[in-house]
Design a binder for this molecule. Structure first.
Ligand SMILES: Nc1ncnc2c1ncn2[C@@H]1O[C@H](COP(=O)(O)OP(=O)(O)O)[C@@H](O)[C@H]1O
Ligand SMILES: [Mg+2]
Length: 195
């Protein structure tokens, strides 16, 4: 089982969207996928409830921390995490083979990223752990365009960019439309999780 965690100290950067998107693309490839919702706010869990209520079959299962202790075998465990919770962030990171950090465009967002990087720097990570940054809610402007070079300047590998699209918001409790799933696949191929 490979553990892929989605981490940021900051809320609203797209942790849940990225978690759900990764779970969907890996599930659609035929892998057995569970999404562990470690956020007490339960957004990922709410996504699954919405799907159940609408009769939508998701290609992954969302579980809570209690269910995680008696998890049936899966190929991938995606872990969605809460904001402002260094302990959960560090505990999740310690157990993960792949770490993904979403962030939004903007100089202030780059600044805020340091909190997350610093929390991670205090953790003894798994051997061969892979780390990738995902720029979320990109637009066709200079602010978005400046992000990749700025991150790469710092040695932070950018593995995907997700454009701003209201259809991501609308997909809560549903499948993310096929036309919007490319960035999730790209993150996974960049990190050689899938071919
Ligand atoms: N690329 C995007 N385009 C449009 N809306 C987005 C995008 N990414 C996230 N959102 C919306 O922004 C809000 C916060 O995203 P979410 O994934 O819940 O962040 P987090 O889990 O980090 O708090 C949600 O309403 C979500 O639908
Ligand atoms: Mg969330």
């Amino acid at each position: 089982m490979k553990i892929i965690s989605v981490l940021s100290r900051k809320g609203g950067v797209g942790k849940t969207l990225l978690s759900v998107g990764l779970a969907q693309v890996l599930g659609e490839l035929g892998h057995r996928v569970a999404l562990l919702d470690r956020d007490p706010e339960g957004s990922a869990m709410g996504w699954q409830h919405g799907a159940q209520a609408g009769g939508v079959v998701l290609p992954y299962r969302v579980i809570g921390p209690i269910e995680a202790t008696r998890l049936e075998p899966v190929d991938f465990l995606i872990v969605d995490t809460p904001p402002n919770d260094t302990r959960t962030l560090q505990d999740t990171a310690r157990q993960s083979q792949v770490l993904l950090i979403p962030l939004l465009p903007g100089a202030g967002e780059m600044d805020r990223l340091q909190e997350t990087v610093q929390a991670l720097s205090m953790v003894e990570l798994q051997d061969g752990v892979q780390l990738g940054f995902v720029i979320n809610r990109t637009e066709h402007d200079n602010v978005s365009a400046a992000m990749r070079p700025a991150l790469e300047e710092l040695g932070y590998p950018v593995v995907a960019q997700i454009r701003k699209a209201v259809d991501y918001q609308r997909s809560f409790g549903n499948l993310i439309p096929e036309s919007l799933t490319a960035p999730f696949r790209e993150a996974m191929t960049e990190l050689e999780v899938i071919a």
